[in-house]
Design a protein around this ligand. Structure first.
Ligand code: DAH
Length: 336
C-alpha cells in the first residue's frame, strides 16, 4: 500500500502544469467525480480494514490537498504570465558594436609625412586649388607654349587673356612655392599638402584628382647634400630603416638639377627579385624661379620636392587601385 501512495505522489509532483489545458487534464485525472484517481481512493476508504482505515484516509487526503495546491499554484502562475506585458528589449540578443570610424589612409599617410618634416622645422603652408597660369606654370619656369606644359594637362576655367593668364585647376602643389615666396622674405622651410587636378584617363593608377605634398627649403648655403639627407630621413621614416633609395636624373622646369627618387621594393616571393618604384620628384630650385619672386639667386639657394600621397599610401598599404581612395566604401575604409 505505501508504494502505491508514493508512486502517486511522485506523479502528482512531476506533472508539468504549463498551460491551462494541462491544468484541466490534471484536475480531471485526479479529482473528477467519475474516474479521478483520488476520487477512486476516497471511495475505497469504507472497505479498508478498520485498523488501517485511519492511516489510509490520511494519506489519501494529503494527496488530495497536494493536487489542489498544485492546481491553485499553476493557475496563479498562468494568470500572471498572461497579464504581465513581455519586455520590449530582448536581453538575449548579442550587443550591437558601435561604428567607431577610422582615419582615411590618405589622411593617415599625410599625418605621417607632416610629422617627419615637422620635426625638421618645416611649417605647413596651403594655397588655392583654383590657380592662375602665372603661379601654376609661368613663374615656375614653364614659359607659355613650352612643351613641358603638356605633361600636366588640366581643366581651364577662364581663357588665357588675363593679367596672370588663364584660370585653371592647379596641376600640382608647386604654385604654393611661388605664393609662399611672394608673401614673405627668405628663408623658407615649408611643406604644402593639397589636392591637385589633371585631365587624365581614369584607371587603376590615375584619377582626375589626387593629392600631393610639396616641400621647399630656401636659405643661404642650402645644398644638394641637404636635399638628399632630408629625403633619406623621410624614406626611412615611412618605409623602414633599411629602405634602399636612389636619385635618378630627371627634368622639371623649376629645378636644376632635377631628380626622381626611387625606392627598392623587394619581391616577397623571390629574395633575389624586386624593382625600383618612383616615389617623388625633386631638385635644386632653378634661379629663374627665385628671380620670378625677387629672391636673389646669388645669395640664396634651395631645394624643392613633390610627391603624390596616393602613390605613397598605395605602396605602404598595398592598395592596387587608386579609385578606392575616393569611393568611400566602408568595407575598404574600415581596414585602416
Ligand atoms: N610638381 C611636380 C609634379 O607634379 C613634382 C615635383 C617635382 C615637385 C620636383 C617639386 C620638384 O617641387 O622639385 O610632377
Amino acid at each position: 500500500m505505501p508504494d502505491q501512495f508514493e508512486a502517486l505522489r511522485q506523479a502528482i509532483e512531476a506533472a508539468p502544469l504549463d498551460s491551462e489545458e494541462a491544468v484541466d487534464r490534471f484536475r480531471i485525472a485526479y479529482l473528477s467525480r467519475k474516474q479521478g484517481r483520488i476520487t477512486e481512493l476516497l471511495k475505497q476508504i469504507p472497505s479498508v480494514p478498520p485498523d488501517e482505515r485511519k492511516a489510509f484516509g490520511r494519506q489519501v487526503n494529503l494527496l488530495k490537498r497536494r493536487v489542489e495546491e498544485r492546481i491553485e499554484e499553476a493557475k496563479a502562475r498562468l494568470r500572471t504570465a498572461r497579464t504581465t506585458p513581455k519586455p520590449e528589449i530582448d536581453l538575449t540578443l548579442p550587443g550591437r558594436r558601435p561604428l567607431t570610424g577610422s582615419i582615411h589612409p590618405l589622411t593617415r599617410t599625410l599625418e605621417d609625412i607632416k610629422r617627419v618634416f615637422g620635426s625638421y622645422g618645416f611649417d605647413v603652408a596651403e594655397g588655392p586649388e583654383i590657380e592662375d597660369d602665372w603661379h601654376n606654370f609661368t613663374a615656375l619656369n614653364f614659359p607659355p607654349d613650352h612643351p613641358a606644359r603638356d605633361m600636366q594637362d588640366t581643366f581651364f576655367l577662364e581663357p588665357p587673356d588675363r593679367p596672370h593668364g588663364g584660370i585653371l585647376l592647379r596641376t600640382h602643389t608647386s604654385p604654393v612655392q611661388i605664393r609662399v615666396m611672394e608673401s614673405q622674405p627668405p628663408p623658407y622651410r615649408v611643406i604644402v599638402p593639397g589636392r591637385v587636378y589633371r585631365n587624365e584617363s581614369i584607371s587603376y593608377k590615375s584619377y582626375c584628382l589626387f593629392h600631393q605634398v610639396e616641400g621647399l627649403c630656401v636659405d643661404e648655403g642650402v645644398t644638394l647634400g641637404d636635399l638628399k639627407q632630408i629625403l633619406h630621413v623621410f624614406a626611412r621614416a615611412l618605409f623602414g630603416d633599411d629602405v634602399k633609395m636612389r636619385f635618378r636624373p630627371s627634368f622639371f622646369p623649376f629645378t636644376e638639377p632635377s631628380a626622381e627618387v626611387d625606392i627598392w621594393w623587394p619581391d616577397p616571393a623571390d629574395p633575389a627579385g624586386g624593382r625600383w618604384l618612383e616615389i617623388l620628384g625633386c631638385g635644386m630650385v632653378d634661379p629663374n624661379v627665385l628671380e620670378a619672386v625677387n629672391v636673389d639667386p646669388e645669395r640664396y639657394t634651395g631645394y624643392a620636392f613633390g610627391m603624390g600621397i596616393e602613390r605613397i599610401a598605395m605602396l605602404r598599404y598595398d592598395i592596387k587601385d587608386i579609385r578606392l581612395f575616393y569611393e568611400n566604401d566602408v568595407r575598404f575604409l574600415e581596414q585602416f
